[in-house]
Design a binder for this molecule. Structure first.
Ligand code: AMP
Length: 542
């Protein structure tokens, strides 16, 4: 017997309809590429995303066809989020930090029909437009008078003239909630990128889950600043969850330096921010020497790579801001776990609470996880045994776009490529990417643990731990370090800093000082590149 409840598809258009009706006057504030601040409301987002839908109709872009964006976090990008997906097309967010050749490859693979870009990326578009054979219409996200006449790109129009001519009366189409809504290529470091193809259903379920109190805890009283880019896994789903709750949104545009982010946070009374550790490092690096304080910021969700303990402590003790450590990936829409304490933890001493806060957290309802050994046998949740982490759930991919890479699942579970422990309370802790784990004398050393200790040293700006071939031990860890500007630190001082913090055999064999550690397009350390750069390096005594 079937239930007798209304069978309404879960569609992204409903989010913006809801935000317009119930939070029509809530603000969306953006720092534009032009440098100025733009301010309007959900009512305006709704109106203009309907104009986007109409412009796509007029351009003859079919249902399910891809519309790409190459854009910073901003209000026009938000309108495309709703206008493209809401009208049944697929929003393809492209990471502008990728190599231009890779951008062209991705646009062709996705068969993008329209490509909308911020003016900061005009030179990239000029370089690659001729290679993007499927793109019929180029849209510069700017006013008509900001578009130069001689760009050399055919069929190029300014966004404002493109949507400005369209009426705003448009009825969102109704269709199957399993229809594709948006796509994002993984920042995979080997081979060609592969795309996760999200659906309306997966996006709405994720938006509900992300807003829950023990997840991101979002409400109409929040002003959210997503520093995490809208071109990478839909800014962790924040644009959708914000519309679902009616929260104010504050977009930083291209200005991600500590000073600009701080000033925007203060001016717009931001209560909640989200980003990767490298961005917060820049923010804290600006605040400390200038003696600045937050007047409204309460919580910040940090993920994308492991959050160093020193950062959690700095936010909490120096600024009274709670850090929520989160883990996920492109293939997971992205949220998998989030770290909030349970009631029984609140009575624990601060040092014990800190051990929990450092973990990546508990699974969100909707995400099942397990750890397995090399034979696929499930491992215990004892907080000590580590194994390959597998997940499943309604916002986790079943396969990649166009079936690239074949069937990724193992008995219905998606292998994340991460190595983790899970404790008896269900708190998961990533110890490594499986390819970064250091195998020394048959034991595993967590590169994240080794990095976290270095990051706690006051002279260290960034640290990467990698394994080096060793004739006896198979591999031994070294720590590659970027010093803070003007800071003094020797190899022996840093190695001495490890004493008593981890087992002796886990302490790195050497310290290599460098000017910079290569970062990937999403701000993660590129250890493959680092290994290449250090290919002539030899361990001491080897
Ligand atoms: P991406 O798909 O580019 O977002 O990358 C996902 C990967 O980033 C995960 O599989 C993890 O290896 C890593 N990652 C994400 N969040 C965290 C975190 N909080 N701690 C450690 N690694 C993380």
């Amino acid at each position: 017997m079937l239930g007798l409840m209304q069978n309404q598809p879960l569609l992204i258009s409903a989010l913006i309809d809801f935000a317009e009706r119930h939070h029509g006057d809530a603000e969306i504030v953006s720092r534009r590429v032009e440098g100025d601040i733009h301010r309007y409301t959900y009512r305006d987002v709704a109106r203009r995303s309907r104009q986007v839908a109409r412009a796509l109709d007029r351009a003859g872009v079919g249902f399910g066809e891809r519309v790409a964006t190459l854009a910073w976090n901003g209000y026009r990008h938000l309108e495309l989020y709703f206008g493209v997906s809401g009208s049944g097309r697929v929003l393809h967010t492209i990471n502008p930090r990728l190599h231009p050749e890779q951008i062209a490859w991705i646009a062709n693979h996705a068969e993008d029909q329209v490509l909308c870009f911020d003016m900061s990326f005009l030179p990239i578009m000029q370089a690659i437009h001729a290679k993007c054979g499927t793109v019929k219409r180029w849209v510069a996200l700017c006013d008509a008078d900001k578009l130069p006449a001689d760009t050399g790109i055919p069929n190029l129009v300014s966004y404002e003239s493109w949507i400005g001519a369209e009426p705003a009366d448009y009825t969102w189409p109704q269709f199957d909630e399993n229809t594709a809504s948006s796509m994002c290529y993984t920042s995979g470091t080997t081979g060609n990128p592969k795309a996760a193809l999200y659906s309306h259903r997966s996006t709405i379920l994720h938006a509900y889950a992300a807003a829950l109190p023990d997840v991101m805890c979002l409400s109409a009283r929040d002003a959210i600043l997503p520093v995490v880019p809208m071109f990478h896994v839909n800014a962790w789903g924040i644009p959708y969850s914000a519309a679902l709750t009616g929260a104010k949104l504050v977009f930083p545009g291209p200005a991600l330096d500590g000073k600009s982010v701080y000033e925007l946070m203060e001016a717009e009374r931001v209560t909640y921010a989200a980003g990767v550790p490298t961005v917060w490092q820049m923010l804290l690096g600006h605040m400390k020497p200038n003696g600045l304080r937050f007047s409204t910021l309460k919580r910040t969700v940090i993920g994308g790579s492991a959050c160093p303990p020193a950062m959690i402590t700095a936010f909490k003790d120096d600024y009274g801001v709670e850090v929520l450590h989160a883990w996920g990936m492109t293939e997971m829409s992205p949220l998998g776990t989030l770290c909030t304490l349970k009631n029984k933890h609140l009575v624990l001493p601060e040092s014990e609470q800190m051990k929990i806060r450092l973990k990546q957290g508990r699974a969100i309802f909707g995400v099942d996880m397990k750890i397995v050994d090399a034979e696929g046998k499930e491992l215990p949740w004892d907080g000590k045994t580590s194994g390959d982490l597998l997940v499943k759930g309604p916002w986790i991919i079943r396969e990649y776009f166009k079936g690239e890479g074949g069937d990724p699942l193992v008995d219905g579970w998606f292998p994340t490529g991460d190595v983790a422990t899970i404790d008896a309370d269900g708190y998961m802790q990533i110890t490594d990417r499986s390819k970064d784990v250091i195998k020394s004398g048959g034991e595993w050393i967590s590169s994240i643990d080794v990095e976290n200790i270095a990051m706690a040293h006051p002279a260290v700006q960034m640290a990467a731990c990698i394994g080096m071939k060793h004739p006896k031990w198979d591999e031994r860890p070294i720590i590659v370090v970027v010093k803070k500007p003007g800071a003094e630190l020797t190899r022996d001082e840093l190695l001495a800093f490890y004493e008593g913090k981890i087992a002796k055999w886990q302490i790195p064999d050497d310290v290599v000082f460098v000017d910079a550690i290569p970062l990937g397009a999403t701000g993660k350390m590129l250890k493959t590149k680092l290994r290449e750069l250090l290919k002539d390096y030899r361990l001491p005594g080897v």
